[in-house]
Design a protein around this ligand. Structure first.
Ligand SMILES: Nc1ncnc2c1ncn2[C@@H]1O[C@H](COP(=O)(O)OP(=O)(O)OP(=O)(O)O)[C@@H](O)[C@H]1O
Length: 264
């Protein structure tokens, strides 16, 4: 890997007796997409929150571009280029799509990969173009279908000009015909040089994009590396994939369901 953009080392977190991260370490390079999988309650969202700075780890370090950001809060990390999407998008329903994205753009610090540094409007519009939302720019966000709500969530964080994008289940609930649009979007962001960490239960969508895959279980990394090697790893099959994947013949689970049994 080239110089890592993000280095997470020895992260630990527990809530009372529940261990959600135990000595978790991983790296992500600029322009690399890392997939994050694992059974429900494995600690994936907790890890994203620790990287984003919305949750403080009990131990370990988070380093971005060689600078230790472990003690920085979420706003300061956002200023340095870390952006996080949420599993359940909650746009300001009374505002249009464009206005919602403009709110994100107005938080952009000096990291402006996506547009002119001093022009939040241009940056918001660029985020709409990249996410394919210009045609619904003036639509009230409260009336959007699920796919567009998901795309708006990505546009909102993209408008902040991130170097590292943390995506939380943006494919969940989409139909088979909608999924390729999300896959193309994440691939484009990655190809534009943004580093991506993507939590996703819809494995075939994830495997279409990610360069590496990491599987968590019980707060521990049980496998990371080449995506197809990871999903074939006996431990991953046992604790996460169960019988949904024929690892001998099928490199990716079928599109109908996720390993957690949700409909993709
Ligand atoms: N604020 C909190 N207080 C107490 N327990 C918590 C808190 N946040 C998370 N947990 C617990 O930590 C564990 C890991 O949760 P987390 O949401 O990180 O898992 P996950 O892998 O993202 O799961 P899912 O795939 O279901 O979203 C769970 O047992 C959860 O109940």
């Amino acid at each position: 890997m080239s110089d890592p953009l993000l280095e997470v080392t020895g992260v630990a977190k527990r809530f009372g007796r529940v261990v959600t991260a135990r000595d978790v370490s991983f790296e992500v390079a600029a322009g690399e997409a890392l997939g994050l999988v694992g059974p429900n309650g494995a600690g994936k969202t907790t890890l994203l929150d620790i990287v984003a700075g919305t949750l403080r780890a009990d131990a370990g370090t988070v380093v971005l571009e060689g600078r230790d950001v472990t003690r920085l809060g979420a706003a300061a990390r956002a200023d340095r280029g870390i952006a996080r999407s949420y599993q359940v998008p909650r746009p300001f329903g009374g505002l249009t799509v464009y206005e919602n994205v403009l709110v994100g753009a107005s938080f952009a610090g000096r990291h402006t990969r996506t547009g002119p540094a001093d022009d939040a409007r241009a940056q918001a519009w660029h985020a709409l173009e990249v996410t394919g939302m210009t045609e619904v720019a003036n639509t009230p966000s409260g009336s959007l279908r699920l796919l567009d709500r998901k795309r708006l969530e990505v546009a909102r964080v993209l408008a902040t000009g991130p170097r590292l994008l943390l995506l939380d289940e943006i494919a969940g609930g989409l139909t088979d015909s909608e999924l390729p649009q999300v896959v193309r979007l994440v691939r484009r962001l990655r190809d534009d040089g943004v580093a991506v960490v993507w939590i996703e239960h819809v494995l075939h969508a994830l495997l279409d994009v990610v360069d590496r895959l990491m599987c968590l279980a019980g707060g521990e990394v049980i496998a990371q590396g080449d995506p197809h090697a990871v999903i074939r790893s006996p431990e991953v099959v046992e604790v996460y994939l169960g019988s949904t994947v024929d690892t001998a013949t099928d490199p990716a689970p079928g599109p109908a369901t996720t390993p957690t049994g949700e409909t993709a």
